[in-house]
Design a protein around this ligand. Structure first.
Ligand SMILES: C[S@@+](CC[C@H](N)C(=O)[O-])C[C@H]1O[C@@H](n2cnc3c(N)ncnc32)[C@H](O)[C@@H]1O
Length: 291
């Protein structure tokens, strides 16, 4: 299961561990490189705050690709996930130990305690869960502090099954399920009505309005058909879509269950793969920012 309940913002450690390899291979190297160059041009210790850090996946990916010295603050409301993150011993791109502190708290409000003491604000697989007002508060808070933002693996609401030639399948039922899932993604996940697939565009727009230079790159997950290593993630995803669609429209349960069983069997048989749309974004304060 992705979540304990499809409506809350609690994620199982098992799900986050399973998706970590897919995340790592999907993330834009160009965006990571821009962040590394931006930090390298700044003197002193590089201070990062990771919002919705979970079990530390973002730290494990970024730390060895960014220059040191680095000091990270990992923020999440889930103490169990943070306890897992605590076990991470990470080196920076120069082979030096990265300093890490953990903070268990809610991401709201976006206040001084959340944002102060950071040069670069990072978040991965978070921003579809947040509301427009939370995202605006984040951008305004970062702009007021002259901070950079590296917001990765934000879903754009699109997903599809892929056939043997890598083409989208998009049956009528897939399209109907996708619409239900997209509606479900916009439910309140604890930070107000969620942006869901609108998150990448809303963030980029608000950042540009605040004077940021924004680079946004497509970073989709690709699960090729028959790939054994990622089959469990694909199956969990499809189960999550089914649960979300069912919660969104209980009267449609019969055909949704048939759809789920059919697609799951086709994934397991290696007949279909799938893709999930994400975007990675890097933003640096420009003329509009007040440092
Ligand atoms: C999809 S997970 C991503 C975790 C991690 N960034 C990664 O890439 O594996 C979203 C994370 O945001 C955290 N989260 C969601 N809503 C939150 C809130 N209101 N306050 C604090 N953390 C929150 C969850 O506990 C979870 O760890």
């Amino acid at each position: 299961m992705m979540n304990a309940s499809v409506d809350d913002a609690h994620f199982s450690a098992d799900w986050l561990a399973r998706r970590e390899c897919l995340d790592a291979r999907s993330r834009s190297r160009c965006i990571t490189g821009l962040a590394a160059d931006w930090l390298a041009a700044r003197p002193g210790v590089h201070r990062l705050v990771d919002l919705g850090a979970g079990s530390g996946s973002n730290l494990r990916f970024l730390a060895p690709r960014l220059p040191g010295p680095q000091r990270w603050r990992l923020v999440d409301h889930d103490g169990e996930l943070l306890a897992r993150a605590r076990r991470t011993r990470q080196l920076d791109a120069h082979g030096e130990r990265v300093a890490v502190s953990l903070e268990r708290r809610n991401l709201a409000p976006v206040d001084d305690a959340l944002l102060d003491d950071a040069d670069l604000v990072v978040a991965s697989a978070l921003c579809d869960l947040v509301s427009r007002s939370w995202a605006e508060g984040l951008v305004d808070g970062c702009a007021a502090r002259g901070q950079g933002l590296l917001i990765t693996l934000t879903v754009d609401g699109d997903w599809a099954f892929l056939d043997a030639s890598g083409e989208r399948v998009d049956s009528d039922e897939d399209i109907a399920v996708r619409a239900l899932v997209q509606a479900h993604q916009r439910r309140d996940k604890g930070l107000g009505p969620a942006l869901g697939g609108q998150a990448p565009a809303v963030l980029a727009e608000r950042l540009e309005a605040a004077g940021y230079r924004v680079t946004s790159v497509y970073s989709p997950w690709f699960v090729p058909r028959g790939e054994r290593a990622t089959l469990a993630v694909a199956e969990a995803l499809v189960a999550g879509w089914y649960a979300a669609a069912l919660e969104q429209s209980p009267p449609e349960g019969i055909w949704l269950a048939r759809w789920h069983a059919g697609r799951r069997a086709q994934l397991a048989a290696g007949e279909l793969g799938l893709t999930v749309g994400h975007r990675d974004l890097f933003a640096t304060p420009g003329t509009g920012a007040t440092a």
